[in-house]
Every structure is written in structure tokens, then in C-alpha cells.
Design a protein. Structure first.
Lengths: 247, 203
């Protein structure tokens, strides 16, 4: 899936997403968002100067897109409780409303027609000194300080979770690709190995799917739940198997 | 002299925005009376073809010149040049004008991106201000009279499609969800120990 669009400049993840959907001339829907998920990630990766604090916001949107895409592919395996919070589709629609109206605000802003308020003339130069308003007391200052400290409490307490070392699909693609090229054929069970964790097995399977999709390997299975035979594709594409996948 | 006339005189002489509460104090009346009188004043100024109009921002009011007089007035007053608005600035201002006053978290919910820098820049330019009231312990932000003056409107209600976006059910829903999420996870300050260790990923 080649990226055929060039997005010049964007403000935040929703802006990028909106531009992608509009360039494809699609309506905002689950399907159209899933469709531009890959382009979103590619653009995100190709933009080197995203500030770190914004990067987190981009990753949230990217994660939601990948989630939507997988949900479309396997609708039955998702639980409703995972869909907490406002969905991306609604959020983007709403964002679009504000972007539309902000253009009108911009033309009002550019117009020379404006109002003026009266301004007071400064009568005399005042002496520069520390002059708090008369109602400021020690108690008030303490109370204010307490309020400021309270504000520093994070608004949303993030759940803590220990990160497990996760094997990337990218690594598995590389591994599987070299194995099959050397041995010409192998079985899925032998590739996964005996000691593999569940996540590792999933990563292996995703790697297999990616290589099948890109036509580097071919596979067959004699019956359901049987082992999968993997072999080199007779006419593999000339491209690099690691270039296009972003997972 | 009727109350609306007194208020007109006060606002003219004060030459700055006045909150309803302060107007009630000055005129020794109650807030509802002041609100009614402000309405009378606004209509009177509009129907008498005065070049002055009553501008409203939140609970505050100010007398300003009508935008059609801008060319001549601009020659006699000094103003700071505001320059163009960046897209991010425009976006944040629009959201604050239509949905403000709102907290930074609410603004970010709509923009989908971290917004503290843009808020600070807009405050420096005098286009938004931090209000005294809090919501869920967080400060709220709103557009200023300076912003309204620049657009030449009597209040945010005059902005295009104001009522549609202001009352948009989807937006209200989303912001309500944010509020629920916030109150659910809100913790007393004492529980947040500064010495909490960050758990390291297991190798």
C-alpha cells in the first residue's frame, strides 16, 4: 500500500487524520478510518519534529486506528468493555465542525472591521513597589498556595502496569523470512518453538500473515488446527519484506 | 433616570468591562434587575442607530464602538498589532469561543493534542484569559474582550453557527464522559506520594 498523498503540514493527530480522510474523499466512518490507518502511521513516522508531549497523542490515535482496523477484520473477538471512552469517529466529526467554523472566524479576524473599547489614560506615573490589594491576608495566601498545590495533582491517574518484554512482529518477520529462505520449507510449530509465550506465538502468527500477504511465502494446512506448512513462494516480489509493514 | 441609563453612564465613565455583580453594587440594585436593564440598554443602542454597542463576555459588559466605524476610530486610538493567527491558535480560540469557559483537559479532548503551549501563547497575546472559577480543581479559560473586539461582535452569541455548536449534543456528551472519567479516578493529594518508583520494564 503505497503512500500516494503528501500532507504538507498538520497540527496534531486529528488534523492529520482529517486531512487523510478528506484527501481520500471519504466520509468519516469506521471503515474509512481503518482504511487510512497505515498512512497515518507512515506520516507520523516520516515527521521527525513531533514534540514528545504531542507524540503521546499521536500514538493514542494510531493505537485506536489499529484497533479499529483489527476490529473490522475480526469483529467477533472483541468485547464491548474495551470500547470505553469517546470513539475516534465521533471525536473526528466534532473536530471537523470546529475546523470548519474556525475558517469563518479567521475571515472575521482578517477583516478590518473591529470594535474599540475606551481606554483609560494613565494620569501619573506610579511609584514602583510591592502593593498587594488590601484584602490579601496570610490566610488567603496560604489558601491560594494550597489550591495551587492541589492543582498539580494529575487530573487522570494513569493505571500502573509493568511492561513485559514484547517480541516485535518485525523481528519475527525477519526471522521467519531468513529461516524459510535457508530451509525452503518448515512448519509453523517448529518456527514458534516449544518455549514460546502466548504473545510470542501471536507475533509469530502475525509475521506469517504479513509474509503471506506480501507473497514471500506460501502456506498450507491439511486440516483445521493441524500444523501449518510454510514454504518459499515460487515467484516472490522483488521488494524488501521489511519495508512496508509498520507493525 | 432609569436603571439602564445609569448603567450606560457607569460603563461609559468606567471605560473598562464591568461584571453584573459590580454593576448591582454600584447602582444599589439586584443582579436580575441589572440583567434586565442591560438588555434594555443593548436594544436601545441597537435601535437608535448609535455607533456604540454593548458587548458581553461571560458575566461582564463593556461599551464599544461599532465595527463599521473602525476606519475612523483606528486613526485616533493606539492599538497593538495582533498579526495573523496560526492554525493551532485559530483552532483553540474557536473552541474556547464556542464552548468556553473550559479547562485545558476539555480543550485537549476536542483538539486531540496537548495544548498548554498554545494556551500560554494566546494568554500572552491577551486573546484568552484564565478565569477565577475552577472546574474539578482545574482552572478554566475563556476568550477576552480583546478577542471579541477584534472580531467586531457584541458577544460570542453572534459568531457563525453559535447555537449549533454550543448546544451540540455530541460535544456535550464527550465532555461529560471526560468529567466522569476524571471524577472516577480523582485521588486526594495525600495519596500521590512523590517518591513513587517508576516500574522498570522486565528484561
Amino acid at each position: 500500500m503505497a503512500v500516494t498523498f503528501k500532507i504538507e503540514h498538520f497540527e496534531g493527530p486529528l488534523d492529520l487524520l482529517l486531512q487523510l480522510v478528506e484527501q481520500e474523499q471519504l466520509d468519516i466512518s469506521q471503515v474509512s478510518l481503518a482504511k487510512v490507518a497505515d498512512q497515518f502511521v507512515v506520516h507520523m513516522q516520516a515527521t521527525p519534529n513531533i514534540p514528545l508531549e504531542e507524540m503521546a497523542d499521536f500514538l493514542v490515535v494510531a493505537a485506536k486506528l489499529v484497533y479499529m482496523k483489527s476490529k473490522l477484520l475480526m469483529p467477533d473477538t472483541f468485547e464491548a468493555e474495551l470500547d470505553e471512552g469517546p470513539d475516534l469517529e465521533t471525536q473526528l466529526r466534532m473536530y471537523r465542525e470546529f475546523v470548519k467554523v474556525s475558517r469563518k472566524i479567521d475571515s472575521l479576524w482578517r477583516s478590518k472591521l473591529r470594535s474599540y473599547a475606551r481606554t483609560k489614560r494613565i494620569v501619573r506615573q506610579q511609584e514602583v513597589k510591592f502593593a498587594p490589594p488590601p484584602e490579601v491576608t496570610q490566610d488567603l495566601l496560604r489558601e491560594t498556595m494550597n489550591r495551587i498545590v492541589l492543582r498539580l495533582t494529575p487530573l487522570l491517574k494513569l493505571p500502573k502496569a509493568a511492561l513485559e518484554r514484547v517480541v516485535s512482529v518485525q523481528e519475527k518477520i525477519k526471522l521467519l523470512f531468513t529461516h524459510v529462505r535457508e530451509k525452503a520449507r518448515m512448519t509453523f510449530a517448529s518456527f514458534v518453538g516449544r518455549s514460546a509465550s502466548k504473545t510470542e506465538a501471536v507475533a509469530c502468527f502475525l509475521a506469517l500473515l504479513e509474509l503471506v500477504k506480501q507473497r514471500f511465502v506460501r502456506c498450507s494446512q491439511s486440516e483445521l488446527f493441524d500444523d501449518i506448512d510454510i514454504e518459499n513462494h515460487p515467484e516472490p516480489p522483488a521488494s524488501d519484506p521489511f519495508a512496508e509493514s509498520f507493525i | 433616570m432609569t436603571l439602564d441609563q445609569t448603567i450606560e453612564a457607569v460603563l461609559f465613565a468606567a471605560a473598562k468591562p464591568f461584571p453584573i455583580k459590580r454593576l448591582a453594587e454600584v447602582t444599589q440594585t439586584q443582579a436580575p434587575d441589572v440583567e434586565a436593564a442591560l438588555k434594555v440598554l443593548a436594544e436601545r443602542l441597537d435601535s437608535s442607530q448609535s455607533a456604540i454597542m454593548l458587548q458581553k463576555n461571560g458575566h461582564e459588559y463593556e461599551l464599544v464602538t461599532r465595527p463599521d466605524a473602525a476606519d475612523a476610530v483606528a486613526l485616533v486610538v493606539t492599538e497593538e498589532a495582533q498579526g495573523e493567527l496560526s492554525r493551532a491558535a485559530l483552532e483553540a480560540l474557536t473552541i474556547l469561543a464556542y464552548r468556553g469557559p473550559m479547562t485545558r483537559a476539555e480543550l485537549e479532548q476536542i483538539r486531540g493534542v496537548h495544548s498548554s503551549i498554545i494556551l500560554r501563547n494566546l494568554m500572552l497575546r491577551g486573546l484568552i484569559e484564565q478565569k477565577e472559577e475552577d472546574r474539578l480543581g482545574q482552572p478554566v479559560f475563556a476568550v477576552t474582550f480583546e478577542f471579541l473586539n477584534h472580531l467586531g461582535v457584541k458577544g460570542v452569541e453572534e459568531l457563525p453557527e453559535y447555537s449549533d455548536l454550543r448546544g451540540h449534543a455530541v460535544i456535550t456528551d464527550m465532555l461529560a464522559q471526560l468529567e466522569v472519567a476524571t471524577t472516577k479516578t480523582e485521588v486526594p493529594a495525600a495519596e500521590v506520594a512523590p517518591t513513587e518508583k517508576i516500574e522498570k520494564p522486565q528484561e
